[in-house]
Design a protein around this ligand. Structure first.
Ligand code: PBG
Length: 324
């Protein structure tokens, strides 16, 4: 006698009972691009539905996020002036700092996370200080410390360093602890690959490197064991949440981290993953909504507790309709 697995698929009722993984609005973080200036509301051609806003135009977007009950936003700042070191990142009056204050004042219950990096702020587009045509790890760390303390003073709820410099988490933890921010958590971009899936983001955030690429600091997509090593160091240095990025092509890594660490695991459903689904759906080649839900579900099934996604508003809308 063979086993009849179809018995538990026979109707909606039983399928609901045995469903193992569920997406919830509680899992979602919505990224926002905030540009210095006024009256900015710029569409990003490769990311339909996503825009860059200035602080005077962003309220309707934030109203929607709150209305949809999305718990958190991840901020990317686009400054009006760049330089070699990205000094605007630690300017207490910089765009990120203004954005943190604006959101915490007007939307106090919305959880605000900042992407901590330099590539949107440096004239060369790399994630730190350049010496001899490469990013100088330890010189960059000193600036990361200044950047996070400035975000903390502006009132951010959590910082998320994305530059892949060695020692980042330790330096951030020490800087925050020494300035009285012992309770401010760090979400580490622990396992971040040098991925072609970031293409649309670099248009959105104006952060493409002007020379070379990021392969001396971001990981080789071929490497899995190294992902565990990266996550182990961040775990030991005191990261509160470990992240894998991108998500869809790295579900194995998400599962490794889920099995290997007793910390919440996040993944970043990146710009290229978003763009692919949007483009194919626009052509009528796939059912965009179903592919979106299936992709995000697969990230949860792989072990992600938290998903950073440009789809957050759409997903939240669908989930809220389902329960009504
Ligand atoms: C770096 C950063 C990048 C993304 C988030 N933070 C780009 C990069 O490393 O080049 C990519 C996000 C996406 O593609 O959606 N600050």
């Amino acid at each position: 006698m063979y086993n009849r697995t179809r018995r538990l698929r026979a109707s909606q009722g039983i399928r609901r009972l045995v469903q193992e993984t569920k997406l919830s609005v509680d899992d979602l973080i919505y990224p926002l691009f905030i540009e210095e200036g006024t009256q900015i509301e710029t569409e990003i051609p490769s990311m339909p539905g996503i825009k860059r806003y200035s602080l005077d135009t962003i309220s309707k977007e934030l109203d929607e996020v709150v209305e949809l009950n999305i718990p958190a936003v991840l901020l990317f700042g686009i400054p009006s002036k760049k330089d070699d070191e990205g000094t605007e990142t630690w300017n207490d009056q910089g765009i990120m700092q203004q954005a943190i204050r604006f959101i915490k004042k007007n939307y106090p219950d919305l959880y605000v996370i900042t992407d901590v990096c330099f590539c949107e702020y440096t004239s060369h587009g790399h994630c730190g200080i350049i010496h001899d045509n490469d990013v100088d790890n330890d010189a960059t760390l000193m600036n990361i410390a200044k950047q996070v303390v400035s975000h903390a003073k502006a009132g951010v709820d959590m910082v998320a360093p994305s530059g892949m410099m060695d020692g980042t988490i330790q330096v951030i933890r020490e800087a925050l602890d020494n300035t009285g921010f012992v309770n401010l958590p760090v979400m580490a971009y622990s396992v971040k690959y040098a991925s072609a899936f970031y293409g649309p983001f670099r248009d959105a955030a104006d952060s493409a490197p002007t020379f070379g690429d990021r392969r001396t600091y971001q990981m080789d997509p071929a490497n899995r064991d190294e992902g565990m090593r990266e996550a182990t160091f961040d775990d030991q240095e005191g990261a509160d949440i470990l992240m894998v990025k991108p998500a869809l092509s790295y579900l194995d890594i998400i599962r490794d981290l889920k099995n290997g660490f007793d910390r919440p695991i996040a993944c970043y459903n990146v710009s290229g993953e978003y763009a692919m689904i949007k483009a194919a759906a626009e052509k009528g080649w796939i059912d965009g909504e179903r592919v979106m839900m299936e992709s995000l579900l697969s990230m949860k099934r792989a072990g992600a507790d938290i998903i950073i996604t440009y789809f957050a508003k759409e997903v939240a809308r669908i989930l809220s309709n389902n329960t009504n």
